[in-house]
Design a binder for this molecule. Structure first.
Ligand code: NAG
Ligand code: NAG
Ligand code: NAG
Ligand code: NAG
Ligand code: NAG
Length: 431
């Protein structure tokens, strides 16, 4: 909605402001900006020589190139500059300061929805000078969510936005309802910038069909991709494959969020699990062998799983995940923890459907419950299979790093017997 509103607004603004852009540029050029980074104005003291290196010059040639006015008459032919009106205080701020202020105006969300009443679009509508400056600052254009609806306008809009982001790394999110039809145009726009992808989120719907799109432009071309989120609804395996195939070519990928209503262990095993530090899984149907997936995740530090039910054959060898620090798991999946040995565990969260969440943290424990008995010796020594029997709580001389999971489980037990038994099981995994 915001996107469409913005699109209908943009052309008129562009049209209106073209006429006075040249004047603004002329005055910019005659002023010959050379702004030095946040330096106090002590007129008598010459700046240390190192300041010279920090000088931040506005490159007028580059500015003109960016707003697309350099293709006809050259700027040396300067139009008449009309007498300047009395400047308002804000207009006297040097561009370097303004650019910092502008950066603070960008919405905080990871993938902001473009909106003409918010930065950066709003900033570009204030005055010709602000517009020029906004368009010349690539870091204002590095995060974007596209709710794709209309090929004609959305493709043009996305291309324009991304072209303004210069060579900065990108946080990009797109939601596409394919409706079983190809939408390659918009995908190609994003893929052309694949080398700059850093955090990317795809929300794909209605692709329960033959292969319908390709990510070839991005394949082997995503050196900076650090985090990827996939939200799929009614997407067939053949249409999930381009995504898993793409991710296998991402050397820096460390975080994956996979929300797929059609659970499938084989698909997850195609992901580059070995290097991941963060994995979040949520699926509405089917079942999954979590151990088979986690077995590949040797470097995992944080895991969040809420669906589907697990199918873990009894009698499996416990799996050691040496680096796992935090677990966020839904209450009906806690039996997975019986099969895990987690020597580095620091935090367990158990969520229920009603969003009730129990959070166990070492620090809150040691502050609020200082008198509970310390960890039994064996637990302080090293990993113990989570399936070991409940330890007896006995005083011990072994120093403990501030966390007694068994003691905490007992406290919780007093509050809520059912949930606490689950927590107890999770805590035994803490070893
Ligand atoms: C701008 O400043 C530079 C360096 O101080 C100088 O070489 C150049 O001639 C100036 N340009 C104008 C248009 O005043
Ligand atoms: C200014 O930008 C132009 C065009 O992008 C570039 O060719 C030129 O080298 C730049 N000048 C300076 C001083 O950076
Ligand atoms: C991208 O998102 C991450 C959080 O996931 C954030 O730390 C980073 O600042 C964002 N980058 C941009 C350019 O918005
Ligand atoms: C893991 O990360 C390293 C370093 O970035 C990379 O070279 C390697 O290809 C990655 N391995 C896998 C299986 O993705
Ligand atoms: C834990 O996961 C649930 C859903 O699976 C989520 O709603 C909640 O925000 C997560 N908590 C944290 C602290 O990540």
């Amino acid at each position: 909605m915001g996107l469409l509103a913005t699109l209908s607004f943009l052309p008129s603004v562009l049209h209106l402001e073209i006429s006075n852009t040249r004047r603004t540029l002329a005055s910019l050029e005659s002023a010959n900006y050379s702004v030095r980074a946040s330096r106090p104005h002590h007129a008598q003291t010459p700046p240390p020589s190192s300041y010279a290196e920090q000088a931040f010059d506005i490159n007028i040639t580059e500015l003109v190139r960016r707003i697309g006015l350099d293709d006809d008459e050259p700027l040396t032919e300067q139009p008449q500059v009309p007498p300047a009106p009395q400047p308002s205080p804000v207009s006297t701020l040097p561009p370097e300061v303004l650019s910092h202020i502008f950066a603070c105006c960008i919405p905080q969300e990871q993938f902001p929805v473009p909106c003409s009443t918010e930065a950066p679009l709003l900033l570009s509508h204030v005055s010709g000078y602000w517009r020029d400056l906004t368009l010349a600052l690539p870091h204002l254009w590095t995060a974007l969510h596209i709710n794709y609806k209309d090929p004609a306008s959305d493709i043009a809009f996305a291309s324009l936005w991304l072209s303004r982001s210069g060579n900065q790394l990108l946080n990009l999110s797109i939601a596409i309802d394919f409706n079983e039809r190809p939408q390659q145009g918009i995908i190609d726009v994003l893929c052309r910038h694949a080398p700059r992808w850093k955090h990317v989120r795809f929300d794909f719907r209605h692709l329960f069909c033959e292969p319908m799109y390709s990510l070839d432009l991005a394949q082997n071309n995503i050196p900076n991709l650090k985090a990827f989120e996939f939200h799929a609804r009614d997407v067939s395996n053949t249409n999930v494959w381009p995504v898993t195939h793409l991710l296998s070519s991402a050397p820096q990928l460390r975080e994956i969020t996979w929300v797929d209503d059609l659970a499938d262990t084989d698909t997850l095993l195609e992901l580059p699990l070995y290097n991941l530090t963060h994995l979040s899984l949520a699926m509405d149907h089917g079942s999954l062998d979590y151990l088979e997936v986690l077995e590949q995740c040797e470097n995992l530090e944080h895991i969040r799983i809420s669906r589907p039910f697990s199918h873990t054959p009894a009698g499996r060898e416990p799996l050691v995940l040496p680096k796992l620090k935090s677990v966020n798991i839904s209450y009906d999946l806690t039996n997975v923890l019986d099969h895990l040995v987690l020597p580095g565990l620091r935090e367990v969260m158990i969520s229920s459907d009603g969003d009730k969440q129990i959070q166990v943290q070492p620090h809150s424990y040691s502050q609020s419950l200082p008198h509970l008995p310390p960890l039994p010796h064996a637990y302080a020594e090293g990993p113990v299979p989570a399936s070991a029997s409940t330890p007896s709580i006995a005083p011990s001389e072994a120093p403990v790093d501030g966390w007694d999971p068994t003691g905490h489980a007992r406290t919780l037990l007093a509050q809520d017997e059912c949930l606490a038994s689950l927590v107890g099981r999770a805590l035994r995994a803490a070893g």
